[in-house]
Ligand binder design. Structure first.
Ligand code: SF4
Length: 442
């Protein structure tokens, strides 16, 4: 096994990137080495995303090429991540291994079937130490699955119901990362706000009650906040239905918790939210945003929006547009609705908004977000913040250092000497635009 190489192709969200980190470690423990070059790989793994049809289409395209490669040399292909049953049935025969990401401990067995020389047995998903892709920013999964069943989404079917990772295991992973000098920790889950509730309901009590030493999400966040003196702590993703006052209080008093929140609203129309099975009204969402902004006046809030959902009328869209303007989101991950076979929405509602209308609505929303971002970024001018540097480009004694502020705003810092990638710097904001801010070192 010594000379074998693997190559991973990752589609979709941060959760998939985090899964890929654990998958990489697992493959390394089997004796494989990672390669960036697909053509060198003996094993190619796809961490798939069912959310967008384009990601699925790209997988179909690649599978065809690999079948041609297999005619010339041995190659193991593996499919994992979020895969709807419908796609799985069509793709299953084309991959050698189909791996449920929560069953990484079965990977050795699966590879053994495809390549009989392998014999290792492995620990369970959460016990596997990931190969972090960054030396200063780590994505730490705290739970898998989702119980919300939004009508357009495949996650509850592809990843299953919510399973919270034991808090002791999360805390120990983060302690280790901070000891190694990691600067930014991002907790991951499809709905982090319901962390611990699966354990509570199993015991018939609250997440913190019932005798077992388990925590709910605000309690977990507070404990992580206390693990180090100086680091950035964020979490993704929050569901508006489960976002509690207790969590807002913990964010308000935290030392290291960033005042950044990703709170997907998806639509401004109550009718559409009902069809999406989102479990909240716009009144609830708006009140929640007000409460958060009262507690954290400097908070930066991003959202997810789907335009052109089944049955979305012009009137539905107008209220979404108004909501984006009124609530001043400064960042949105906006998508044009693409029907996914196998989801409840695909069974119940015809995808009846034209591509042209979807695109038009997408552009209107993104223009408004750009205006909001510019206004928000202008409020930062003249103030001093901490920046974390990600990329450095130097040319003729001038370096452009690109990074982020703790509130997720993109920042460019111009210096004569390069700054350190992964380093914290105090910067003063000098200019602002929709894309981010320019700053000088203080
Ligand atoms: S909250 Fe909804 S959109 Fe998010 S993962 Fe769960 S079902 Fe999917």
């Amino acid at each position: 096994m010594k000379d074998k190489k693997f190559h991973l192709i990752v589609f979709g969200c941060q959760m998939n990137i985090s899964d890929a980190e654990r998958l990489a470690t697992t493959l390394k423990s089997l004796g494989y080495q990672e390669t960036d070059n697909e053509a060198d790989a003996d094993l190619i793994g796809v961490v798939a995303c069912s959310v967008k049809q384009t990601a699925v289409d790209r997988i179909y395209g690649k599978v065809h090429n690999w079948q041609l490669v297999k005619e010339k040399r041995p190659l193991i292909t593996m499919l994992s991540g979020c895969v709807l049953d419908y796609d799985r049935q069509k793709l299953q025969d084309k991959f050698d291994i189909f791996l449920d990401i929560k069953k990484l401990d079965t990977l050795a067995e699966e590879i053994k079937k495809a390549a009989p020389e392998e014999k290792l047995a492995l620990p369970s998903f959460f016990d596997i130490k990931p190969s972090y892709y960054s030396s200063y920013r780590a994505y730490v999964p705290i739970m898998t699955g989702c119980n919300k069943f939004c009508s357009y989404c495949a996650v509850p079917y592809t990843r299953g119901r919510e399973v919270s990772r034991p808090s002791a295991s999360i805390i120990s992973e983060i302690k280790e990362l901070l000891e190694k000098g990691y600067k930014e920790i991002i907790l991951l889950g499809q709905n982090v706000n319901s962390y611990g509730l699966d354990k509570a309901s199993a015991r018939g009590g609250s997440a913190s009650g019932g005798g077992e030493e388990e925590l709910n999400f605000p309690q977990l966040l507070k404990q992580i906040d206390n693990l180090g003196d100086h680091f950035w702590l964020k979490f993704l993703t929050s569901h508006p239905y489960d976002m509690s006052d207790e969590l807002i209080e913990v964010m308000k008093h935290g030392e290291n918790i960033n005042h950044y929140l990703h709170l997907p609203v998806q639509s401004g129309s109550d009718e559409i939210l009902k069809k999406m099975n989102r479990h909240y009204s716009i009144e609830h969402y708006t009140e929640l945003i007000k409460k958060i902004r009262t507690a954290l006046p400097d908070v930066s809030i991003s959202t997810d929006l789907i335009v052109g959902f089944a049955g979305e009328t012009e009137a539905d869209f107008k209220v979404t547009e108004k909501l984006v303007r009124d609530l001043k989101f400064n960042l949105s991950f906006t998508s044009q609705y693409s029907q996914r076979t196998g989801t409840v929405a695909a069974k119940l509602y015809p995808d009846d908004v034209s591509q042209e209308t979807k695109k038009e609505r997408f552009n209107i929303v993104n223009n408004q977000i750009g205006k909001n971002a510019k206004l928000y970024n202008q409020t930062l001018v003249g103030k001093t913040f901490e920046a974390l540097i990600d990329v450095v480009n130097c040319e003729e004694k001038k370096c452009k250092n690109i990074g982020k502020l703790a509130n997720y705003t993109a920042v460019h810092v111009i210096t004569k000497e390069p700054l350190k990638v992964g380093g914290f710097y105090q910067v003063k904001i000098t200019q602002a635009d929709a894309w981010g801010v320019l700053a000088n070192l203080t």
